[in-house]
Design a protein around this ligand. Structure first.
Ligand SMILES: Cc1cc2nc3c(=O)[nH]c(=O)nc-3n(C[C@H](O)[C@H](O)[C@H](O)COP(=O)(O)OP(=O)(O)OC[C@H]3O[C@@H](n4cnc5c(N)ncnc54)[C@H](O)[C@@H]3O)c2cc1C
Length: 357
């Protein structure tokens, strides 16, 4: 389980990153990945803060490139999330493939990771890719339910990175589908399985019929336990900063006087349910922000409680767009690059031109 860290401790974690070891080992399940995603997804730390700090340490663009690219995949997916927010903000499903709930894909490394995910809210990127490929390309399920299930458990659950990644594995928008065979899985997960349905060559993989044991769907009604609202104590002379599950930035207008509210909207959690582990992670991080109070309710209820005539401020996020608020920008690696790009590599080329200037 990711720890609750002060911002200074998070920066120590950034300082400890070895970009060379990262580049060499990131695809292995025991590789030197940063595990920063829960903090980045929740807006505690930005991709830009990580990149800037590493450049300040004197690493060259060449050494940093593999990690920088991953940080930029996040910014790229966030930009796509802004464009496709309506399409991707899907309603909840009522059933999911049964093998996800009982960890019975029969690919041992994946089943083991599913069990760990339920405990610690993390799954390595490569295993997420294997899992999505098994679900979509072998078992031929729709991505929506499985994506909601994964999101429910991930401490870093993010509607944009999650949806875009499932679509990427699915070969969306005319791209190639992602396939992995058992040999690849054994190599990157240090396992030795030889008896799975994936024990085939890459030429054979797309041809195999959907494995029977992956077909079954099962009812899924995830439980979401939101906390109670605090008894809000508001200073009517102050503007209000609203935090969300995607913005828990401890440095947001730090040392300035504001009412600070973490707003947990039940209708958002109906569409994007989160496990107890995730809610705990959000609350414990939010509670580190001095003076923060928690409000659980819909916009109308918020408007009844918050009688103040002062400004309501939020950080921009496509799932939290309401007329009642003024919005401030998020922290991007290259803020000027906005909208949709034909591919990640097109985005990367534009970013690297700016960073190399
Ligand atoms: C099916 C699927 C679902 C996913 N769902 C999510 C999700 O809900 N939330 C989420 O944050 N990430 C998601 N990812 C992306 C990726 O798996 C995680 O961001 C990564 O595993 C986080 O671990 P880390 O911090 O140790 O990554 P590192 O390898 O240390 O990478 C550093 C940072 O770069 C960013 N990053 C790395 N890989 C990716 C990637 N493939 N896409 C976007 N950003 C990346 C993250 O911010 C990460 O913290 C998903 C990937 C797949 C294949």
């Amino acid at each position: 389980m990711s720890e609750i860290l002060s911002f200074a401790q998070l920066m120590e974690k950034v300082d400890a990153i070895d970009p060379i070891a990262y580049a060499q080992t990131r695809n292995f399940t025991n590789g030197s990945v940063t595990k920063l995603s829960p903090y980045i997804s929740r807006g505690i730390l930005s991709t830009n803060q990580v990149a800037t700090r590493l450049f300040q340490k004197g690493y060259s663009m060449k050494v940093l490139e593999p990690l920088l690219k991953e940080l930029l995949w996040r910014d790229y997916f966030q930009r796509l999330g802004q464009v496709y927010s309506q399409e991707w903000d899907t309603p909840m499903v009522s059933e999911v493939p049964a093998f996800l709930l009982d960890a019975s894909s029969e690919v041992q490394a994946v089943d083991q990771s599913i069990k760990e995910l339920e405990q610690n809210g993390y799954m390595h990127n490569h295993v997420r890719m294997y899992l999505a490929s098994i679900t979509l390309n072998f078992a031929k399920h729709h991505y929506n339910g499985p994506a909601k299930w994964l999101f429910y458990h991930l401490l870093d659950g993010d509607f944009a990175s999650n949806t875009a990644s499932w679509l990427w594995v699915n070969g969306d928008r005319g791209k190639k589908k992602y396939w992995a065979n058992q040999e690849n899985i054994n190599y990157y997960t240090h396992s030795f399985q030889v008896d799975s349905f994936l024990n085939l060559s890459y030429e054979e993989l797309p041809e195999i019929p959907s494995p029977k044991h992956l077909e079954k769907m099962i009812a899924w009604q995830p439980i979401v336990n939101l906390p109670k609202s605090d008894d809000l104590l508001l200073d009517e002379n102050l503007d209000c900063l609203f935090y969300t599950p995607y913005n828990l930035d401890p440095n947001w207008h730090k040392d300035e006087l504001f009412n600070r509210i973490l707003w947990l909207q039940p209708s958002y959690f109906k569409r994007w349910p989160c496990s107890d582990n995730v809610i705990r992670f959000i609350l414990n991080n939010a509670r580190q922000i001095t003076g923060l109070q928690v409000f659980v309710g819909e916009l109308e209820e918020l408007q009844q409680v918050m009688k103040t005539k002062r400004k309501w401020l939020m950080k921009e996020h496509p799932l939290f767009k309401f007329g009642a608020f003024e919005y401030e920008d998020r922290d991007w690696i290259v803020p000027a690059l906005q909208g949709e790009f034909p591919s990640f590599f097109n985005y990367w080329n534009k970013v690297s031109k700016v960073l190399n200037r």
